[in-house]
Ligand binder design. Structure first.
Ligand SMILES: *[C@@H]1O[C@H](CO)[C@@H](O)[C@H](O)[C@H]1NC(C)=O
Ligand SMILES: *[C@@H]1O[C@H](CO)[C@@H](O)[C@H](O)[C@H]1NC(C)=O
Ligand SMILES: *[C@@H]1O[C@H](CO)[C@@H](O)[C@H](O)[C@H]1NC(C)=O
Ligand SMILES: *[C@@H]1O[C@H](CO)[C@@H](O)[C@H](O)[C@H]1NC(C)=O
Ligand SMILES: *[C@@H]1O[C@H](CO)[C@@H](O)[C@H](O)[C@H]1NC(C)=O
Ligand SMILES: *[C@@H]1O[C@H](CO)[C@@H](O)[C@H](O)[C@H]1NC(C)=O
Ligand SMILES: *[C@@H]1O[C@H](CO)[C@@H](O)[C@H](O)[C@H]1NC(C)=O
Ligand SMILES: *[C@@H]1O[C@H](CO)[C@@H](O)[C@H](O)[C@H]1NC(C)=O
Ligand SMILES: *[C@@H]1O[C@H](CO)[C@@H](O)[C@H](O)[C@H]1NC(C)=O
Length: 276
C-alpha cells in the first residue's frame, strides 16, 4: 500500500517541532558563558572577560581573555595579550571569526604621541588558534642599519645616530639583509588596503600601524568534540579542559547527544566599516 509513503517534506514537517526544541536548548545558559559589552566590543565565546569568570574556571579559549579597562575617555577599551604583548581590540566579528587589533605601542587608543611610533616586538601568536587575516600583510622593520637595501623603504624619523631604519615586507630572504648590519628586526602587520591607500608610507606609516591588523581564529583540536556536541570549551584549574553543555551540565570532553544545529544570535560591531 502506498498511503504510508509520504513525500519527504511531510517528514520534515513532523520534525519541525523537534527542530525548535533543539534550537532552544542550543542556547547555552548565559550565566555560564556570558557576554559583555566593553566599549565598542562585544566579548562573548570563544573570548571571555577577565576578572568576571571565577578564579578556578572560565568558558572560552585559553589565551582568548579580554581585559576591559577605562581609558579615561568616553569608551572602555578592550585589550588582549598575545605572546606577552598587549594589543588593543578594535572590533570582533563573530560571523567570520575575525578581529581587528592594534599593537599597544602604536595604538591610538593609548595616550601618547604616535607620530613616529617604534614597534618593539614581533607578533607572537604562539600555539593560539590564530592566523593573520587575509586582508593583512606583514612588514619588517630593520633598525640601526648601516644603510637600506634598494628594495626597502627608509624611515627617516626612526634613524638613530646616523644608523638607518628600513622597512621591508618580511618576504625577503634573510640573506638579502646581509651586509646592512642591522641591529634588530621586528615583524608586525598592517591592513593591506590601508598601506596601499597611503600616499607617503615613509612618513605616515604610523597612522597605518595604529589602524591595526586582522586576525582570524579557528579552534583547537581538543575543543572540536565539545563544540561539535554543541558545547563550549573552557578550562578548570584542576581538571583542565572542560566542556559547557547546552543543558547546563559540564562534562570533560563532549556533551551527550550530537546536535548539528547551532543557531546563536550574534550581536556584533562590523569590522568591515573600519576597513574602508
Ligand atoms: C540571559 O539572557 C536573557 C535573554 O537572552 C536575558 O534576559 C538575561 O538578562 C540574561 N541573563 C544574564 C545573567 O546575562
Ligand atoms: C567606538 O566607535 C566609535 C564610532 O565608530 C569611534 O568613534 C570610537 O573611537 C570607538 N571607540 C573605541 C574605544 O574604539
Ligand atoms: C566601563 O566599564 C565599567 C565596568 O568595567 C562600567 O562600570 C562603566 O560603566 C563602563 N564605562 C563605559 C563608558 O562604558
Ligand atoms: C606574518 O606574520 C605572522 C605573525 O608573525 C606569521 O604567523 C605569518 O606566517 C607571517 N606571514 C607571512 C606571509 O610571512
Ligand atoms: C641602536 O644600537 C645601539 C647600540 O649599537 C642601541 O643602544 C640602540 O638602542 C639601537 N637603537 C635602535 C633604534 O634599535
Ligand atoms: C622577529 O622575528 C624575526 C624573524 O621573523 C627575527 O629575526 C627577529 O629577531 C625577531 N625580533 C624580535 C625583537 O624578537
Ligand atoms: C592558519 O593557517 C594555517 C595554514 O594556512 C592553517 O593550517 C591553520 O589551520 C590556520 N589556523 C587557523 C586558526 O585558522
Ligand atoms: C587550565 O587548566 C590547567 C589545569 O589542567 C591549569 O594548569 C591552567 O593554568 C589552566 N589555564 C588557565 C588559563 O587558567
Ligand atoms: C541557568 O543557570 C541558572 C543558575 O546557574 C539556573 O538556575 C537555570 O536553571 C539555568 N537555565 C537553563 C536554561 O539551564
Amino acid at each position: 500500500m502506498s498511503h504510508h509513503i509520504y513525500p519527504l517534506s511531510h517528514y520534515l514537517l513532523l520534525l519541525l517541532p523537534l527542530f525548535f526544541i533543539i534550537v532552544l536548548s542550543a542556547e547555552i545558559n548565559n550565566s555560564t558563558c556570558p557576554s559583555y559589552t566593553c566599549g565598542n566590543v562585544t566579548i562573548r565565546y570563544p573570548f571571555w572577560k577577565m576578572d568576571t569568570e571565577s578564579p578556578t574556571q572560565f568558558c572560552g579559549y585559553e589565551g582568548f581573555e579580554i581585559k576591559c579597562s577605562d581609558n579615561g575617555e568616553q569608551h572602555n577599551i578592550s585589550e588582549i595579550t598575545l605572546g606577552g604583548d598587549n594589543y588593543y581590540v578594535q572590533c570582533i566579528n563573530y560571523d567570520d571569526k575575525s578581529m581587528l587589533v592594534a599593537d599597544y605601542d602604536v595604538s591610538s587608543a593609548v595616550p601618547g604621541p604616535k607620530i613616529c611610533p617604534r614597534v618593539n616586538h614581533n607578533i607572537s601568536l604562539g600555539t593560539l588558534p590564530l592566523n593573520l587575516s587575509t586582508y593583512s600583510v606583514n612588514l619588517s622593520f630593520h633598525f640601526n642599519c648601516s644603510g637600506c637595501p634598494s628594495f626597502a623603504t627608509e624611515i627617516p624619523c626612526l634613524d638613530n645616530n646616523g644608523r638607518k631604519s628600513c622597512l621591508g615586507t618580511s618576504t625577503e630572504e634573510t640573506e638579502e639583509w646581509d651586509g646592512y648590519s642591522c641591529y634588530e628586526e621586528v615583524v608586525t602587520a598592517v591592513i593591506d588596503e590601508h598601506k596601499k591607500k597611503s600616499s607617503n608610507f615613509q612618513v605616515d606609516f604610523g597612522s597605518v600601524l595604529e589602524k591595526g591588523f586582522g586576525l582570524q581564529w579557528g579552534r583547537t583540536d581538543e575543543c572540536e568534540k565539545c563544540e561539535e556536541s554543541d558545547g563550549r570549551c573552557g578550562n578548570h584549574s584542576t581538571t583542565g579542559h572542560i566542556c559547557f553543555c547546552s543543558d547546563g551540565t559540564i562534562s570533560k570532553n563532549e556533551c551527550g547527544g550530537t546536535f548539528i544545529i547551532t543557531t546563536l544570535k550574534f550581536q556584533f560591531y562590523p569590522c568591515l566599516s573600519i576597513l574602508v
